[in-house]
Design a binder for this molecule. Structure first.
Ligand code: GLU
Length: 382
């Protein structure tokens, strides 16, 4: 594997990426007849496994459940009747995971299937649990393989396309790069299927909504997203401070080359967003269901060391809150922070002032978390 002689300066940032989401579309992992493109999946698995061996955390978002399921259950084309589509997804998803599992196993990695729906990104409680689970898989060295839960999600509760889903996943997981592998080279200044002189845009330093004018309709009959949904994904990423690259999946060794800084596809440069601002969107504006009061030691740790809220620093509670609710953190009459609580008020009352090693005993059962509010879910207001 050779690195490019000169890495374009804007691509140098790619060399520093530590947590990336890779999205593959149905048109990349299947042939036109709906059967799996095993050569592509093998190369994908090899490249992702090698990136993981390099120490990069990877999340794979894959489409294909419906596309693969359709021929398996004997349909000629994607049915429009929703229960049939859901049935195709149920069959196709299992098949797809089985294939991924075997390829990744060959390269020495374990995979975990995660099926999400829209609520997982909108509801703070579900967001918190989805995030905790993804972080845990990454920490344990398992590759999360994500799709929308098409077998149960009806259209109105669906994200609908995996481009947007992959951007949502990148933001839930605090990734620093999303790579969308597709059947296009990237973003062009005009529609390349209509204008032969259309030029590939290598870099979008500042995202502008006027880019949507260059995008038209969905891609293939089997997939869902076209350039429009990719731009929607780019908008989410860029505003969340995440870089995004769209590239053609058939470019040889595409992931290695992108991660080595080669200028492939279109790079949308993420805005510089302070980590606190990312949490702000979710936490500010939500109903505050209660307050926990903390001592001066906890106040210091939160304000100056970026710590989580541990039971030992809590002196009392007010309000009526459940796990997953947004609550306020206060010390001496001053609101320090807001965040999503792992415990309901009743449980916080039982464990307040208690050392980590004694939480189980105070709670009367095995504690699911050491922290009452994890720092990832805590927005400091100072
Ligand atoms: N979630 C759908 C599937 O797996 C694909 C959606 C998309 O292609 O964007 O079939």
């Amino acid at each position: 594997m050779s690195c490019p002689d000169t890495i374009p300066s804007v691509r140098e940032r790619i060399l520093r990426k530590k947590k990336i989401v890779i999205k593959v579309g149905t048109s990349s992992i299947t042939y036109d007849n709906g059967k799996l493109n095993l050569r592509f999946i093998d190369q994908l698995a090899q490249q992702i496994s090698d990136l993981m061996n390099r120490g990069i955390q990877v999340i794979l978002v894959t489409s294909g459940a419906i596309g693969v399921g359709v021929p398996i259950i004997g349909f000629q084309e994607k049915p429009s009747y929703l229960p049939y589509k859901q049935a195709a997804a149920a069959v196709g998803q299992g098949f797809l995971m089985n294939v991924y599992e075997r390829f990744f196993h060959e390269y020495g990695h374990h995979v975990g299937q995660v099926l999400l729906t829209k609520g997982d990104s909108l509801n703070p409680k579900r967001y918190m649990y989805a995030r905790g689970m993804m972080m845990a898989l990454l920490e344990l060295g398992v590759l999360p393989i994500i799709n929308e839960n098409d077998a149960v999600a009806a259209d109105e509760i669906k994200i609908g396309d995996n481009d947007t889903l992959s951007a949502t996943v990148a933001s839930i997981a605090d990734a620093d790069l999303l790579i969308i592998l597709s059947d296009v080279d990237g973003l062009y200044d005009k529609n390349p299927s209509r204008y032969s002189y259309a030029k590939l845009i290598e870099e979008v330093p500042v995202f502008s909504r006027s880019l949507f004018r260059t995008a038209e309709g969905p891609g293939t009959a089997r997939g869902t997203g076209g350039m429009y949904t990719k731009l929607q994904a780019a908008e989410i990423c860029v505003h969340s401070g995440i870089d995004m690259i769209i590239a053609r999946s058939t470019v040889p060794r595409v992931l290695y080359r992108i991660m080595d800084g080669e200028s492939i596809g279109t790079l949308f440069v993420g805005e510089s967003v302070h980590p606190q601002m990312k949490k702000r969107k979710m936490i500010i504006g939500a109903d505050i269901k209660g307050t926990i009061f903390v001592d001066a030691g906890c106040r210091d740790a939160v304000l100056h060391k970026g710590s989580s809220i541990l039971p030992v620093g809590i002196t009392g509670t007010s309000g009526d809150f459940q796990d997953g609710d947004i609550i306020s953190v206060s010390c001496d009459g001053e609101e320090l922070a807001r965040g999503i609580t792992h415990y309901n008020r009743n449980d916080v009352d039982k464990i307040c002032g208690v050392h980590t090693s004694e939480i189980n005993e105070a709670l009367g059962h095995q504690a699911p978390y050491d922290t009452v509010i994890h720092r990832d879910n805590l927005l400091v207001l100072h």
